[in-house]
Write a protein that binds this ligand. Sequence first.
Ligand code: ADP
Length: 162
Amino acid sequence: MRIAVYPGSFDPITNGHLDVLQRAAKLFDRVIVAVAVSESKHPLFNLEERVQMVARAVQHLPNVEADSFQGLLVEYVERRSAQAVVRGLRAVSDFEFEFQLALMNRKMNERVETIFMMPKDTYTFLSSRIVKEMAQLGGDVSAFVPAHVRAALSGKFSHPPA
Ligand code: ADP
């Protein structure tokens, strides 16, 4: 079994994350979307909300599951008997941090490989942060997130879904 972990804050999951996931799901027998607690980032959605939104967004992908984790990623990867970590690369600006993270994870556990995947070009500008800012200002985010995520954002910012 080839198992990959796709970690992140997913605050909330976007179509960019889903694009990467769909690609990863073709390469691995199983992909686990691991939602990080990310307390220091002061997420808009709590952990349970983020996991629920991921679970609903991946319902159509039979070999993808949603989970959460706390602590060291490499330890979670071992616990789940996975061999790889999937990360998305949108632009050169992502590279430096991702490179550092991948090498640090390798230092901690040589058995864990990091795989970088590029999304479809239309999603390269997309981030959870931008989606939240747009939603807060009442912008239409329907092209960037699944419908249930759009509804959840509207709930947070009191803009009822159209
Ligand atoms: P983190 O808090 O770890 O940065 P994110 O939820 O922001 O978590 O992102 C998780 C992973 O998904 C990261 O590897 C990030 O680069 C990638 N990612 C985020 N948005 C996109 C996107 N639009 N296209 C491709 N990859 C993305």
